[in-house]
Design a protein around this ligand. Structure first.
Ligand code: ADP
Length: 248
């Protein structure tokens, strides 16, 4: 009897990780479906109301088309974020990985966020670095674009975002992305890398668009590179994201 009881307990224990992974998979699917359904509902309702109006004016029709287009752009952004997540967790094609000058990755990142930074009047300060990083150039730029773009999004007009790097022993480097923005509450810190998690900052949530997928994509890129990503943050003071990556 004792033998049966012990094996039942062990079996239950060994199934736990699988159960957890199924649970998280199903939560992810339902979150994704929910996010996809919201813009679809808006498009459907607006189109139905417009079609029912026999005296619909051209100006009103154009307004509806504009609003529908906005929802389509949201759907486009969401599906491409979902595809990026799936791609990063499936593929670990290291064949194209190379050593790159980190400065080149920084400059390419700055180019990608320049428009956004200008629109919010945020200065990007790059501290010149001679360090080398090893990995996939496109993904490394993508990673920094996510972090710098968040830093811009969650900072006030006229503030500064800093991008710098430090040597971290013989084989590793640390990249820091610092902002003086709204910061992250300690209750949220443990969750911000979760898929679809957005900190409840009612002040910003309505103003700042996003699906809570950026940081999980960032983490999947760092994980694929065998690195580490952490954050230090103080509400109303700012945040500092630190990524540790390999030099070779
Ligand atoms: P999104 O920005 O689309 O909401 P992310 O996954 O990129 O999704 O970020 C998750 C949450 O973490 C954000 O909603 C925000 O609350 C918080 N966050 C991320 N970066 C910063 C930052 N630099 N400053 C303050 N909050 C941040």
């Amino acid at each position: 009897f004792l033998g049966v009881a012990i094996s039942a307990v062990l079996a239950k224990k060994s199934l736990r990780p699988m159960e957890e992974s199924l649970e998280s998979q199903s939560r992810f699917t339902s979150d994704a479906a929910h996010e996809l359904r919201t813009p679809l509902t808006v498009i459907k309702t607006e189109t139905e109301v417009a079609l029912r109006d026999s005296k619909l004016k051209l100006a009103d029709a154009k307004e509806i088309l504009e609003s529908n287009l906005e929802e389509v752009v949201k759907l486009e952004n969401l599906t491409s974020a979902l595809l990026r997540l799936a791609h990063n967790s499936n593929s670990l094609d290291k064949a194209s990985w190379q050593k790159y000058k980190l400065q080149d990755i920084f400059v390419a990142t700055e180019e990608r966020v320049a428009k956004e930074a200008k629109a919010r009047n945020v200065a990007i300060k790059i501290v010149d670095t001679k360090l080398i990083v090893f990995g996939d150039a496109d993904q490394l730029v993508e990673l920094l674009v996510i972090l710098v773009s968040n830093a811009i999004k969650y900072s006030g007009e006229g503030s500064q975002v800093e991008l710098l790097a430090k040597n971290n022993g013989d084989s590793r480097i640390s990249i820091l992305v610092k902002d003086n923005g709204i910061g992250i509450k300690s209750v949220d810190i443990d969750h911000i890398f979760d898929r679809f998690y957005r900190a409840d900052q009612s002040r910003t949530k309505s103003k700042v668009g996003g699906y809570g997928l950026g940081l999980s994509i960032a983490k999947s890129i760092v994980d694929a590179h065998g690195g580490k990503i952490t954050v230090k943050s103080k509400p109303n003071k700012g945040s500092e994201f630190c990524i540790i990556l390999n030099k070779k």
